[in-house]
Ligand binder design. Structure first.
Ligand SMILES: Nc1nc2c(ncn2[C@@H]2O[C@H](COP(=O)(O)OP(=O)(O)OP(=O)(O)O)[C@@H](O)[C@H]2O)c(=O)[nH]1
Ligand SMILES: [Mg+2]
Length: 216
C-alpha cells in the first residue's frame, strides 16, 4: 500500500516535471536544480553567479522550508527570484516549480537556477523538469560526502565543491574527494570554488552558459 502511494506521488510529480521541461525547452532556457546540505553555500554560489552575469536573462527559484531570506539575497545580487516555502517538506516538487515558472517572463530568460531545500537525500528522487542536478558540497562538510551520499552525486550533471578558502584550516583530503567523484560519476565536471575569494566562479558560470536545453 505504502509502496503504491510512493509510486503514485512520483508519477504525478513526473508528469508535472515533463510539462516544466517542455515549457523551458520551448523557451530556450537552461534550468538547473542546485541541491546540497544546509549551509553548503547554494545561495552564496547563486549570488556570485548572478553578480557576474552581464547579459541578464537569469532568474532563480528558491526553495526553503520557511522564510524568504534566500530570495531576498538573490534579488539584492541582481536577479529576479521567486520564493517557494515547502512548509516542512524536505524537497521541492515539480508542481511548485510550475507555479514559480508561471510568474517568470520565460521569453526573456536564458538560465533558471532552482535552489532546492537544504538536503542531500530527498531532492535526489524528485525530477523538477531541470536539465540537470548540480550538487553543491563544501570543504567543512568533509571529503567523504560522495561515498556517503552516492545517490546525489550519481545523479548530478556537475559537482560544486565550495569554500575552497577553508582548505588550509580543515582536515579535507582533496585528492580523495576528487577520486570519489570520479569513481561515482566520471562524466560530471567538478568545480572547485570559493564564494569568499571568487575562485572558480567564472568557470562555473561559463559552463552553465554553455549548456543547451535540448542536449539534456
Ligand atoms: N568561508 C566561506 N564561507 C562561505 C562560502 N560560501 C558560503 N559561505 C558561508 O556559509 C554559510 C551558508 O551559506 P549559504 O549560501 O546560506 O548556504 P545554503 O546552502 O544556501 O544554506 P541553506 O539555504 O540554509 O540550505 C554562510 O555563512 C556563508 O557566508 C565560502 O566559499 N567560503
Ligand atoms: Mg540557501
Amino acid at each position: 500500500m505504502r509502496l503504491r502511494l510512493t509510486e503514485a506521488i512520483l508519477s504525478d510529480n513526473d508528469a508535472a516535471a515533463a510539462a516544466n521541461r517542455e515549457a523551458v525547452t520551448q523557451a530556450g532556457i537552461t534550468m538547473l536544480n542546485m541541491m546540497g546540505s544546509p549551509g553548503s553555500g547554494k545561495t552564496s554560489v547563486i549570488e556570485q553567479l548572478v553578480s557576474r552575469q552581464d547579459a541578464g536573462g537569469f532568474a532563480v527559484i528558491e526553495g526553503d522550508i520557511a522564510t524568504d531570506r534566500d530570495a531576498a539575497r538573490v534579488r539584492a545580487a541582481g536577479a529576479p527570484a521567486i520564493q517557494i516555502n515547502t512548509d516542512g517538506a524536505c524537497h521541492l516538487a515539480a508542481k511548485q516549480v510550475a507555479r514559480a515558472l508561471s510568474e517568470l517572463p520565460l521569453q526573456q530568460l536564458r538560465l533558471v537556477l532552482i535552489e532546492n531545500v537544504g538536503n542531500l537525500v530527498c531532492p535526489t528522487s524528485f525530477d523538477l523538469g531541470e536539465l540537470g542536478k548540480v550538487v553543491v558540497t563544501s570543504v567543512p562538510e568533509g571529503d567523504e560526502k560522495p561515498e556517503k551520499y552516492p545517490g546525489a552525486f550519481r545523479k548530478a550533471c556537475a559537482v560544486v565543491l565550495n569554500k575552497m578558502d577553508l582548505l588550509p584550516h580543515v582536515r579535507f583530503d582533496l585528492g580523495a574527494f576528487r577520486a570519489s567523484c570520479r569513481d561515482i560519476n566520471p562524466s560530471a565536471p567538478l568545480f572547485e570554488v570559493s564564494c569568499q575569494t571568487g575562485e572558480g566562479i567564472e568557470e562555473l558560470l561559463a559552463w552553465m552558459l554553455s549548456l543547451r536545453p535540448a542536449t539534456g
